[in-house]
Design a protein around this ligand. Structure first.
Ligand SMILES: Cc1cc2nc3c(=O)[nH]c(=O)nc-3n(C[C@H](O)[C@H](O)[C@H](O)COP(=O)(O)O)c2cc1C
Length: 188
């Protein structure tokens, strides 16, 4: 008997982002009026090699005002050992607290912008806002990385990914298919 093909069941459209947002959960570091701040962000997209990336950051966040006014931020990739802190950082506001000190994270001076790097993170990318044309309608900022940094000796080098409603997937096995990258060797 031929195996019956499983029929797809309809998925709630307003939850579709949960199977698309595969990038790592990020911390966005800003500095405005002499104060550092951090927020958690999982909606982002790579847009070019330069590197250019887009982040979706809404006006309900205190960080939004820092980003629109300074036009710069650090995009930091936290490791799995920071996971609980990262979720908590995304559930409180920098308007009423200093998140670096509350969560025992270390602001480290960046080279090209005033927002600080997050010393404990796996990677830090100093960014400038290069396009705001989609901010009003989609809260989407296009950023250009100007300097990148890597943690020299992370406790755990795995990042983690949001899949909706407070659930996360931690990086798994690394699979090397480089020999099949005949068209894109060394590129993507
Ligand atoms: C796992 C997680 C992912 C989040 N992703 C986003 C996001 O992609 N965009 C956004 O605007 N807010 C996102 N948030 C919400 C902000 O992090 C949250 O509103 C935070 O409190 C803002 O801090 P601030 O007010 O100090 O800027 C996320 C929160 C969590 C916990």
């Amino acid at each position: 008997m031929p195996k019956k093909k499983a029929r797809q069941t309809e998925f709630p459209l307003d939850r579709a982002f949960t199977f698309l947002e595969s990038g790592p959960v990020l911390l966005i570091s800003t500095r405005h009026k002499g104060k550092n701040n951090l927020m958690t962000l999982s909606w982002h997209a790579v847009m070019g090699f330069e590197p250019t990336l887009g982040i979706c950051l809404g006006p309900w966040n205190f960080s939004y005002h820092a980003l629109t006014e300074t036009e710069e931020c650090v995009v930091a990739v936290p490791s799995v050992d920071l996971m609980e802190k990262v979720v908590d950082i995304g559930n409180c506001s920098g308007q009423v607290m200093d998140k670096f000190s509350a969560f025992c994270l270390t602001p480290f001076p960046a080279k090209g912008i005033s927002a600080p790097l997050v010393a404990e993170c796996l990677y830090n990318l100093e960014c400038r806002v290069v396009n705001c044309s989609l901010v009003q309608e989609h809260h989407f900022f296009v950023l250009r990385g100007i300097r990148a940094w890597k943690h020299p000796s992370p406790v755990d080098a795995r990042s983690f990914h949001a899949v909706g409603d407070g659930t996360f997937i931690i990086d798994g096995e690394l699979v090397n298919l480089r020999h099949r990258m005949t068209k894109w060797h060394g590129c993507i």
